[in-house]
Design a protein around this ligand. Structure first.
Ligand SMILES: Cc1cc2nc3c(=O)[nH]c(=O)nc-3n(C[C@H](O)[C@H](O)[C@H](O)COP(=O)(O)OP(=O)(O)OC[C@H]3O[C@@H](n4cnc5c(N)ncnc54)[C@H](O)[C@@H]3O)c2cc1C
Length: 606
C-alpha cells in the first residue's frame, strides 16, 4: 500500500515509504538527538508552566533585586537628561512616530514609491491611489498596502492608528486634499527625501566601505560593529545570489581592514538565511538545507580567512529548527577546525529558547568549539501571534506578555553564563536599562558584550560603555545598503519605537517614573492574575463563544506531522471529506481510496 510520509506537506503526492518517526536530522548522534527532540516538543509549550519554570531561574534575592533596579533607574534619569538635546531626526521620529496620521501616510506612500522605478508612474500612482474616490471599497480586498492604509498602520504600530476623528471618517478625503494642496511631484520628492533621512538614522552606509569609514569617526569609534547587508526574503535565485555576493564582498572588505587581535574585538558580519535562498521554508526542507548549508559554509570559510566572526540572525519561529540544522552542519564542518567565530542569535520571546541553548552547549561540547551567542528578545512578535491565530494552532510559539519575555531573557542569560566562556561567549542585545543592569549583575565579572542597533540606544549606551560606568564593550548592529532595501528592516524598527510596551518608547515619556519603567520583571509577573495575556486567547479560542477556530496543522513541527502521518497511515478508510462546521453536517460527503490521501481527507480522519 502506498503510504503518507512527513515531513513533506505535499500530501497529495504518492509516496512509497511509510513514516515511523520524525525525519528531522536522523543522523544526529545519540548525544545531540535528545536535545534536538526536546526543542521540537516545546514548540507550543503551556505558557504558565514555561514561565513558572523560568521565574525560578531568573529571580534575584531581595537585596540584589533592589540594587539592580536602583542602577537601572539611575540610567534612565541620565538618559532623560541627554534626550533633552536629541538630534533633529530623533525629535522628528518621536514627534511623528507611526501612531500619528502623518507617519502612517508617509509609510503608505513610501512603500509604494519604493517599488516604482520611473517618476511618471510614481506620480500617476500618487494621483490614482491618493485621489481615488472609491478607495474605501478596496479596503481589505487589495494586495496593496497603500490601499489598506489602516491595516498597514495596525501592522506597523501593533495597535490601531490614532487618526484624528475627522480623518478617520474621511481618510480618502484627507489624502486627496493633501495631494491637491502640494502636488504629486512634491509628495514624491518629499517621501523619497524622508526615506533617505530615516535611512541615515538606521543605516550605517550605502556601501560597506562607507559604513566602515563612518564606524571609526568621532564617537562611533567607541564601539565595535557587526555589519548586516540590508535585504531579506530573497524571492528569486538571482536575488539570493546578489545577497550572497554582497556578503562575500563585505567579508572581503572587513578582512582588508585587519589583521585583528581576536574575533571579539574585530568587526563582524551578520547574515540572514532568508536572503540567501528563495525557498527557505519547511516545505522545501531538503533543498533549503542543502543549498543554505553550502552558502553559509562558504561565508563562514571566508570569515575564517578574514579573521572575523560571522553571526546568523534569528528570524520567524517556523524557520527555527531548519535554521538550527543548517547552522549546526556548518558549525561541525571539519574545514572550520580551529575557528571559534560562528555566531547564532536566539530570541527570548520564544518558548523553545532555553532548550536551544542546551542544544548549543551539547554541540559545543561535542565538537570542542565555541559559539558566539547573541540573545535578543525577538522582532517578529506581532507576526508570530497573527500567524498562529491564522493557522488555528493549539498555542503560540512566543509568550503573550512582555514581562514574560523579560523574565525569559534573564533566565536565558543565566543559562548562557552557566555554559562557561569556553563554550559560549554571550552577547546581550537590548536597549532596555533594566535588562542591561540585570545582565551586568548576573555576569558577576564573567566576560560578555552588549549590543545595540545603529540609530537606537545611543544615549543609553553612552552611559554604559565607559570605564567609570559598566565598562563592558558594546557592538553596534549596523545595516548597510540603499534605502530601497530598507523597508522591512525599517518597519521592525518603527514597530519597536512606536509600541507602547517598548522600553525605547516609554523612556522618553517623562510621565512614567523611572523606577516604574525599570520594575523587576519577575516581581511584575508574580503579581499577575494570569500569566498568559488575558486578552490574547489561544488561537483555538479566537472567536470566543461564537465558535471554535478552524484547526490547522503546524507543518513546521515534526511531532505534529508524525501524528498526522500516523493517523493517515493507520486509518483503514474509506476516506470521506465534508464541512466540519457544527450544525452543518455534510450532506454529501465524498469518498476516496485510502491509498491517495489529500490534506483535507487526512485531517478529517484525525
Ligand atoms: C544588536 C541587535 C541584533 C538583533 N538581532 C535580531 C535578530 O537576529 N532577530 C530578532 O528577532 N531580533 C533581533 N534584534 C531585535 C530585538 O529583538 C529587539 O531589538 C528587541 O526585542 C528589543 O528588546 P529590548 O530589550 O531593547 O526592548 P524591550 O522594550 O524591553 O522589549 C521589547 C520586546 O519585548 C517583546 N514583547 C513585546 N510585547 C510582547 C508581548 N506582548 N508578549 C511577549 N513579548 C513581547 C518583543 O520581543 C519586543 O521586541 C536585534 C537587536 C539588536 C540590538
Amino acid at each position: 500500500m502506498r503510504r503518507f510520509r512527513p515531513p513533506h506537506p505535499h500530501v497529495n503526492q504518492r509516496i512509497e515509504r511509510p513514516v515511523t518517526a520524525p525525519i528531522l536530522s536522523p543522523e544526529l548522534p545519540d548525544r545531540i538527538a535528545p536535545a534536538r527532540a526536546r526543542i521540537t516538543a516545546a514548540w507550543l509549550r503551556d505558557e504558565t508552566e514555561a514561565v513558572l519554570d523560568l521565574l525560578d531561574q531568573a529571580g534575584l534575592p531581595d537585596g540584589e533585586r533592589e540594587q539592580v533596579v536602583d542602577r537601572a533607574a539611575a540610567l534612565v534619569t541620565r538618559v532623560r537628561e541627554r534626550a533633552k538635546d536629541q538630534s533633529v531626526v530623533e525629535s522628528f521620529m518621536r514627534q511623528y512616530d507611526l501612531s500619528s496620521e502623518e507617519g502612517v501616510l508617509l509609510m503608505c506612500v513610501a512603500e509604494a514609491l519604493l517599488r516604482i522605478p520611473d517618476t511618471r508612474t510614481a506620480d500617476m500612482l500618487i494621483r490614482d491611489k491618493l485621489g481615488d474616490a472609491n478607495w474605501r471599497k478596496h479596503l481589505g480586498r487589495s494586495e496593496s498596502l497603500l490601499v489598506n492604509a489602516s491595516t498597514w498602520g495596525l501592522l506597523l504600530t501593533g495597535r490601531l492608528v490614532n487618526l484624528a476623528e475627522s480623518t478617520r471618517d474621511d481618510f480618502t478625503g484627507a489624502l486627496r486634499r493633501l495631494v491637491a494642496r502640494i502636488g504629486e511631484p512634491t509628495i514624491r520628492v518629499a517621501v523619497r527625501q524622508a526615506m533617505r533621512i530615516m535611512g541615515h538614522q538606521f543605516v550605517m552606509g550605502r556601501t560597506i566601505e562607507e559604513a566602515l569609514d563612518r564606524s571609526v569617526k568621532k564617537e562611533n569609534a567607541a564601539y565595535r560593529y557587526s555589519f548586516d547587508m540590508l535585504g531579506e526574503a530573497a524571492l528569486t535565485a538571482a536575488d539570493a545570489e546578489r545577497y550572497q555576493q554582497a556578503y562575500r564582498d563585505a567579508i572581503g572588505a572587513l578582512g582588508r581592514r585587519g589583521p585583528f587581535a581576536n574575533h571579539t574585538d574585530a568587526p563582524s558580519i551578520s547574515v540572514k538565511l532568508s536572503a540567501l535562498f528563495p525557498r527557505y521554508e519547511v516545505a522545501q526542507r531538503e533543498r533549503a538545507r542543502l543549498s543554505l548549508t553550502e552558502k553559509l559554509l562558504e561565508l563562514a570559510q571566508l570569515s575564517m580567512k578574514a579573521g572575523i566572526a560571522l553571526s546568523v540572525d534569528a528570524e520567524e519561529a517556523d524557520r527555527l529548527e531548519l535554521s538550527l540544522d543548517i547552522i549546526g552542519d556548518v558549525f561541525a564542518h571539519p574545514s572550520l577546525a580551529g575557528w571559534n567565530g560562528l555566531g547564532i542569535v536566539v530570541q527570548a520571546y520564544a518558548k523553545r529558547t532555553p532548550l536551544v541553548i542546551d542544544w548549543l552547549v551539547e554541540m559545543a561540547l561535542m565538537h570542542d568549539r565555541r559559539w558566539y551567542v547573541r540573545l535578543v528578545k525577538g522582532a517578529y512578535w506581532d507576526a508570530e501571534i497573527k500567524k498562529a491565530q491564522e493557522q488555528g494552532l493549539s498555542g503560540y510559539p512566543v509568550y503573550t506578555r512582555k514581562p514574560n519575555t523579560d523574565v525569559s531573557y534573564l533566565a536565558c542569560a543565566r543559562r548562557l553564563f552557566a555554559a562557561g566562556s569556553h563554550l559560549i561567549y554571550p552577547q546581550f542585545a537590548t536597549h532596555n536599562a533594566h535588562t542591561i543592569a540585570a545582565v551586568h549583575h548576573i555576569a558577576q565579572g564573567r566576560p560578555f558584550g552588549f549590543q545595540r542597533l545603529h540609530g537606537m540606544g545611543t544615549d543609553l549606551y553612552a552611559e554604559v560603555i565607559g570605564p567609570k560606568q559598566f565598562d563592558v564593550p558594546c557592538r553596534v548592529y549596523a545595516p548597510v545598503g540603499s534605502h530601497e532595501d530598507l523597508l522591512p528592516y525599517l518597519v521592525r524598527r518603527l514597530l519597536e519605537n512606536g509600541a507602547n510596551t517598548s522600553f525605547v518608547n516609554r523612556v522618553v515619556d517623562e510621565a512614567t517614573p523611572a523606577r516604574e519603567l525599570v520594575a523587576d520583571p519577575c516581581e511584575t509577573v508574580r503579581a499577575f492574575d494570569s500569566i498568559p495575556h488575558p486578552r490574547i486567547p489561544l488561537p483555538a479560542n479566537l472567536y470566543g463563544e461564537l465558535r471554535k477556530n478552524s484547526m490547522g496543522v503546524n507543518f513546521a513541527n515534526d511531532n505534529e506531522l508524525s501524528a498526522l502521518a500516523e493517523a493517515v497511515n493507520t486509518h483503514p478508510g474509506p476516506w470521506t471529506a465534508g464541512p466540519l462546521c457544527p450544525e452543518r453536517p455534510a450532506r454529501a460527503p465524498w469518498s476516496m481510496s485510502p491509498t491517495r490521501p489529500t490534506a483535507a481527507s487526512a485531517w478529517a480522519a484525525t
